[in-house]
Design a protein around this ligand. Structure first.
Ligand code: FES
Length: 369
């Protein structure tokens, strides 16, 4: 059964999660430099063009495995958005040289082994971190596991969860594939410390639940980087060719067009993605605000929160935040929401990087008209 949003009593949204592992045909490296560069530019533009429809985070696997060059981690509300991105990538100039030797589709779901009151159970909305490394693999339990009583499984999972909490530098994202894809789960671990992940996996092998693992390979070791950089690492980079035209603000940060004002009308909110961050965009009385979509308390989806004036209430545990300053007005959150620079030009909404804590522009929303 779907969990419910405490402030609106509507079912909480669940997300589709897709890991697409691409490999490039070596013939692409023999193309002339300008063809390769324009193909990379086009692919970056395609992925950026989907920023209002799905989250895409890119990773390089060059040198990590023989059958994989880069990975796109996609998070969407609709399967069609994942399909459309894939189709557009394959229709591009570079797409003619790409194939996908590995692909994992899954959905978010509340864990049945974690109490609903535990913030770690709130995994309906995936919120990737800025971690440098991602370790991904499909996971299948033995059928004998499902014959065990719920209490027996719970006891084993309690041990499993306790081991995981000994490694706070490693964040686990578990998603569910039953009936959607070949595996039962896709697990994605984010960390800045591969050695911590290695130690965690070694310790988990000794836990009793491990004897009920049917399959947990292939494993992908991925290095986070901007898509352009990941494509450059495919080889044959030409440094001196002209790159995409850039529009920058006074601090040299790039403005990225994320939405038209028609896509986020008065009183509405929308999630967009910028450099790996999930950003909630609100239009309140013609003024546009952009804040992190991750509540600083326990990652609640701020875009789903109730709005009252310029105050948003987190749907998970009811922390209230002022969208103008980002400051918490009511706990349990005790840290501010990250705010992003936003401007509106010709009915288009642009976002640049987050404001620093002492930035004097911090209190200025953008007019949407
Ligand atoms: S996640 Fe707990 S108040 Fe937002």
């Amino acid at each position: 059964m779907n969990a419910r949003n405490e402030t609106t009593d509507k079912p909480m949204r669940r997300q589709y999660v897709k890991f697409s592992v691409y490999e490039i045909d070596p013939a692409w490296r023999r193309l002339d430099p300008s063809t390769r560069e324009s193909g990379k530019d086009e692919l970056c533009r395609i992925v950026q063009g989907f920023s209002s429809r799905l989250f895409v985070k890119s990773y390089s696997l060059i040198g990590m495995r023989g059958d994989a060059d880069f990975l796109l981690w996609q998070i969407a509300d609709r399967l069609e958005d994942i399909r459309d991105l894939s189709a557009t990538v394959y229709g591009s100039r570079m797409g003619a040289y790409l194939h996908m030797p590995h692909s994992f589709l899954a959905m978010t779901r509340r864990s049945i082994y974690v109490s609903p009151d535990d913030p770690h159970a709130s995994r309906l909305i995936i919120t990737p971190t800025a971690a440098k490394y991602l370790f991904v693999y499909p996971f299948v339990k033995t059928r004998a596991w499902y014959k065990l009583s719920k209490d027996t499984r719970q006891a084993m999972m309690d041990d499993h969860i306790a081991i995981g909490r000994k490694y706070p530098s490693v964040k686990l994202n578990t998603t569910y594939s039953y009936g959607l894809d070949d595996q039962e789960f896709v697990v994605a671990f984010e960390t800045d410390e591969p050695s911590d992940f290695l130690d965690l996996v070694m310790e988990l092998r000794e836990a009793e639940a491990s004897s009920y693992t049917e399959r947990d390979t292939p494993i992908f070791t991925c290095i986070a980087m901007e898509l352009r950089e990941a494509l450059d690492s495919l080889g044959a980079t030409v440094d001196k060719l002209e790159r995409l035209p850039r529009s920058v603000n006074g601090h040299g940060d790039e403005w990225v067009r994320v939405l038209s004002t028609a896509e986020v009308p008065d009183g509405a909110s929308k999630v967009v993605y910028l450099h790996g961050d999930q950003i909630a965009v609100f239009n309140i009385d013609g003024k546009v605000y952009a804040v992190s979509n991750r509540c600083p308390h326990a990652n609640g989806p701020i875009s789903d929160g109730k709005i009252d004036g310029t105050v948003v209430t987190c749907p998970l545990h009811n922390s209230r935040f002022d969208l103008i300053s980002g400051e918490p007005l009511q706990g349990p959150a005790n840290k501010p929401l990250t705010r992003y620079q936003v401007k509106v030009e010709d009915s288009l909404i642009f976002i640049a990087s987050a404001y620093g804590a002492s930035d004097p522009e911090r209190t200025l929303p953008a007019e949407s008209r």
